[in-house]
Ligand binder design. Structure first.
Ligand code: SF4
Ligand code: MG
Length: 392
């Protein structure tokens, strides 16, 4: 296996009137090429912000403030080495240190993203086929001429909220016969029946599951290395959910692409992933193989999550509520302690300092951010009474 992505110390903050929100806090991750890596966590844990940070979709008042996103791409490394040697390490390129134009040109061809709500990825006034053909054409032009600025498709403009502008753009701007044919192939690949006819229909003529498939087709237009899927099946009913997961699974084995799958559903993780990171309050608190995390976990938060038996057929796969709420992630409220300390049944005095990341026993990729990974219980002192009331 070959390492594809190496993320070090990534932090994304939102600067709000209430204060600084540390949505992603000192986030580390390694993903191998061809893996399906899952990130699981409750809503508000920072999963989506993490995904958007990786594909460069953070908007004001949000900002990536720290960290490195090393991406293993030899051609890109060669292209960047001249101008920005500091952004290159062997065949790896730090995406945070390349120009915004170059970063944008990777969208679609290196990284693609799919979302929970496919309607947000399609412009309602254009046919599905036309939008996918545009994505094909834009990616084709961007790869043919890496130094040019990559244009946006009208579905991208729509998702970014520039609908008024995009509806006045000349129609069939980028659609050629070849890209239209490719769009139909892609629709067929994702299992749309009668793709030639369906290509000429508008998004509202598709069912939810079909539109989800079409969104996947659109995301595959540039043959991305990495598909980032943010809760791709959450809005679908259970049968369709299973079909879309099967589709992602098939596409992964056919294309060898890497998938970063964001979900709150442990059943989805168990079914799809090779490795998993458990996210809590902006950081990965435990990560490893499925076995490390499901069977040999150390972190009390992971333990709490697994209180439910994952089962894709029903609601049991939803995360089990743990007493207390996900913390606000406001910098001044979180302080320096372990992010889970106020909900953790095992919290002791040494948890009032933020624990470093430990490698646990077993596979060397299994890492845990908790003092329990390093210390014996009997060495630990209780937290003084009333501590959390005073700091809240
Ligand atoms: Fe619980 Fe302490 Fe581990 Fe945090 S460091 S999860 S509070 S035992
Ligand atoms: Mg989310």
């Amino acid at each position: 296996t070959e390492e594809l992505l190496r993320i070090n110390g990534l932090s994304t903050r939102f600067f709000t009137e209430q204060g600084q929100v540390n949505a992603v806090d000192n986030f580390d991750l390694r993903i191998d090429r061809g893996d399906v890596f899952g990130i699981v966590g409750e809503s508000g844990s920072g999963k989506s912000v993490t995904a958007r940070s990786i594909v460069d979709l953070i908007e004001s008042p949000g900002e990536i403030t720290d960290g490195e996103i090393w991406y293993n791409e030899p051609d890109l490394a060669d292209a960047v080495r001249e101008d920005r040697p500091e952004a290159v390490d062997g065949t790896f390129v730090d995406l945070r240190r390349i120009s915004p134009e170059r970063r944008r040109s990777l969208r679609g061809t290196s990284f693609s993203m799919i979302f929970q709500d496919p309607e947000s990825s399609f412009n309602p006034s254009l046919t599905v086929g036309e939008q996918i053909a545009e994505a094909v054409e834009v990616q084709r032009r961007a790869s043919a001429n890496p130094r040019s600025t990559r244009a946006r498709t009208r579905s991208e403009e729509y998702s970014l909220g520039s609908f008024v502008l995009s509806s006045f753009l000349p129609s069939k701007r980028y659609v050629t016969e070849a890209s239209r044919e490719r769009a139909i192939e892609l629709l067929e690949l994702v299992g749309i029946p009668d793709p030639v006819e369906r290509a000429d229909e508008h998004p509202h003529e598709y069912s939810g599951g079909m539109l989800q498939r079409a969104m996947i087709a659109q995301a595959l237009a540039g043959e991305p290395d990495v598909l980032v899927a943010d809760e791709p099946t959450t809005a679908l009913d259970v049968t369709i959910q299973a079909q879309v997961l099967d589709l992602l699974d098939e596409l992964q084995s056919e294309t060898g692409m890497t998938i970063l799958l964001i979900t709150h559903n442990l059943g989805v993780i168990a079914r799809m992933c090779d490795r998993v990171g458990v996210m809590y309050a902006g950081e990965i608190v435990e990560r490893g193989t499925l076995e490390d995390v499901f069977d040999d976990h150390v972190h009390p938060y992971t333990e709490g999550l697994l209180g439910s038996i994952p089962d894709i057929e029903g609601e049991a796969g939803r995360l089990q509520p743990i007493d207390g709420n996900v913390p606000s992630l406001l910098d001044h409220e979180m302080g320096d302690r372990c992010h889970f300390a106020d909900r953790c049944p095992n919290a002791m005095e040494d948890c009032l300092e933020h624990p470093p990341e430990y490698d646990a026993e077993g596979s060397n990729d299994h890492a845990v951010r908790c003092v329990l990974a390093a210390q014996e219980y009997d060495e630990r002192r209780a937290i003084p009474d009333g501590y959390f009331d005073e700091t809240r």
